[in-house]
Design a binder for this molecule. Structure first.
Ligand code: ADP
Ligand code: MN
Ligand code: MN
Ligand code: MN
Length: 339
């Protein structure tokens, strides 16, 4: 007997990478081998010498095929064994290792928008739905679009053993969110990429597409973000560490360095309206959903917990965002003796 392994990887498409996958049939009980693909078809190689290497880094039961079949998250390498330039996970491995003693945890809120044809799901042809106000966490066919897909996606994520922790309908019709975590930097990122793959794959069977476009509808409609909640062991024990982490993200060149790596089009979403802070002004505050970084009210009450970086776009790369946060906050906490 044999089983099917769906090898999933991140391609080299600019400015925002896409997910790719293909199937390998393996003999029962076989280990997941290193595999290859044609990088010239994924923006990861020129035509000549286009072999690229897929190295399995995490695997999950495949909820779509079932049985012994698996989903396999991969890193992309050159044939000489060096990480391909599109392989952002390799850099996270190093930083996560360097700050491992701080026990960083992340919970990421992935917002996304369903499309049918060229219109967000729920937008009538040639017109617009009623203005925002009733859709967020709404119920009823006049407010909710795509629930069967969302429910199926949630089931699939749970069956795959992903650390999904919740879902909700968002502010714009056809817009939804799922949360992954809290998990370690590498785990939350691997799980988020596989959850994204499952989102596209699940919606495919309904004839619906999903997009991580940060501003899928122009005008007075909310954008789509990926709020990134973060804590270290010290932050989960001590409020001074919470404040130091929030401060460190605002120091020197850090705000711009982070913003530049928080997803293409971040300026179009972080306008200062629609529950965002302007992209070029760093701020943090307790319970403030108009700040770059929010300290949840419960965290102030408890004097410990986590912070929420509200800036990352829906189309961000979690390997990049978690690396920057672990690096910036981790080194500041170390310097301040808050570890
Ligand atoms: P919001 O009120 O911003 O919509 P959500 O409930 O959608 O909040 O998301 C909060 C996220 O914070 C969840 O993904 C959760 O896993 C995460 N979280 C909770 N505690 C911690 C922690 N100590 N460290 C990191 N993330 C955390
Ligand atoms: Mn949320
Ligand atoms: Mn949200
Ligand atoms: Mn949030």
């Amino acid at each position: 007997m044999s089983f099917k392994a769906e090898y999933i990887w991140i391609d080299g498409t600019e400015p925002t990478a896409k997910l790719r996958s293909k199937t390998k049939i393996l003999a029962d009980g076989a280990e997941l081998p290193v595999w290859g693909f044609d990088g010239s078809s994924t923006n990861q190689a020129e035509g000549h010498a286009s072999d690229r290497v897929l190295k399995p880094v995490a695997s999950f039961p495949d909820p779509i095929r079932g049985g012994d079949d698996v989903l396999v998250m991969c890193e992309v390498f050159e044939i000489d064994g060096t990480p391909h330039v599109s392989n952002t996970r390799a850099a996270l491995r190093e930083v996560a290792e360097r700050y491992a003693a701080q026990e960083s945890l992340f919970g990421i809120e992935q917002e996304y928008t369903f499309f049918q044809g060229s219109r967000p799901l729920g937008f009538p042809d040639g017109g617009f739905p009623a203005p925002q106000g009733g859709y967020y966490c709404g119920v009823g066919a006049d407010e909710i679009f795509g629930r069967p897909v969302v429910e199926k996606h949630l089931e699939n994520c749970l069956a795959a053993g992903l650390g999904i922790s919740g879902i909700n309908a968002e502010v714009m019709p056809g817009q939804w969110e799922f949360q992954v975590g809290p998990l370690s930097p590498l785990e939350v990122s691997d799980h988020l990429w596989v959850a994204r793959w499952l989102l596209y794959r699940t919606a495919e069977d309904f004839g619906i597409s999903a997009t991580l476009d940060p501003k899928p509808a122009k005008g007075d409609w909310n954008g789509a973000g990926a709020h990134t909640n973060f804590s270290t062991k010290a932050m989960r024990e001590n409020y001074a560490a919470i404040i130091e982490a929030a401060e460190s993200l605002g120091r020197d060149e850090k705000p711009l360095e982070h913003i530049k790596n928080y997803g293409v089009g971040v300026e179009s979403r972080l306008t200062g309206a629609h529950e965002t802070a302007p992209w070029n002004e760093y701020s943090y505050g307790v319970s403030n959903r108009g700040a770059s970084v929010r300290i949840p009210w419960q965290v102030e009450v408890d004097q410990k917990g986590y912070i929420e970086d509200r800036r990352p776009n829906a189309n961000m790369d979690p390997y990049v965002v978690t690396r920057l946060m672990v690096d910036t906050c981790g080194s500041a906490l170390e310097k301040a003796g808050l570890v």
